[in-house]
Ligand binder design. Sequence first.
Ligand code: ARG
Length: 408
Amino acid sequence: MAREKCVLAYSGGLDTSVLIRWIAENYDLDVIAVCIDVGQERQDLEFVREKALKIGAVDSLVLDVRDEFVDEYLSEAIKANSMYENKYPLVSALSRPIIVKKMVELAQEHGASYIAHGCTGKGNDQVRFEVGIAALDPDIKVLAPVREWDLHTREAEIEWAQERDIPVPTTKASPYSIDDNLWGRAIECGVLEDPWVEPPSDIYTLTHDARTDTADEAEYAVVSFTEGVPTALDGKKMSFHDIILAMNELAGKHGVGRIDMVENRLIGVKSREIYEVPGALALIIAHKALEDLCLERDVLHYKLGVEQKWAELVYNGLWYSPLREALAGFIETTQKLVTGDVRLRFYKGSCVPVGRRSDYSLYDYGLATYDSDDSFDHSASKGFIDLHGLPSKVWASQRRKVGKEGAI
Ligand code: ARG
């Protein structure tokens, strides 16, 4: 009888290379290796594909999903000004849902009843994989061998690999764990685990050091949005995908987008994380500046809370959940008139919006100005304040009556 199949999320690194054989030996399954291209720093993906076959995968696929990642996931992220704990633009958390979707589709296509991943038992990614898979196909079984196996050190893993002729890295291992895609890079481990230690400068690849390595002149860029999504840069129509690449370059060159934070993982651990997100951060700053102009006050205020919940759900692996979908519906509605231009200024690590305009602007010069063009009815404020402040006044008189006047 043919062996059952398992689709493995394969990166080409040591862990997932060892997994190909581990799964075949310990679970007696045929392994189909899948490497998903979400715009991680260029590696030779054809080499990665062949490597999996050499190690023993029965099939090996590379899927370039970059455009779909931008159109279906990052477009939602920018509309939601995606920031977990108001700081982290959800780099890894955004790529997992599309990776999961592709894995599930491939498992269904190939008649595989298992999906395997190489996540450890301490991170968020295991949750994102497993909850995502369950939401898309509750019948698929998940294997998470790294959570169970006894290869606890890198040395043990390398020895296990060498016994089976699995190629092992020849260069010294980087002390960092890095995950990246078009939306940025996430860096953890090594000296970064001490939250008091300043991140060494060699961890950064997308951003220049603003203290020593950026231009002395400010540079400007105009980002145009259509219904909440970037559609042009400096007046030139471009795909959102190309705008992200150009923004990574421009903002990175000016040292914008380094984030050093301690965050709360879903599994309850605080961890020190470094993110490098030049393009994502600049675009979110621009998008917010345009929303300030185009969104009605109550919508804007309410959206801030929705954004926070949206980010928390995505961070916690609940992209494919009814609440995230419902919130996305609200967010989508708010974006109908978020069309216009924002001018950003980049200078020595800062990215500041210095101009915004839109055909749908709610900014009314006549109402705002203190000049002679003023059209605001100053006399209307008196009645407004009387009624707005009425509950406070009633409360204060009552306190005076019962002899409890003054501060609370
Ligand atoms: N803490 C971030 C998150 O949970 C980044 C995780 C990065 N993953 C990694 N394998 N380095 O989204």
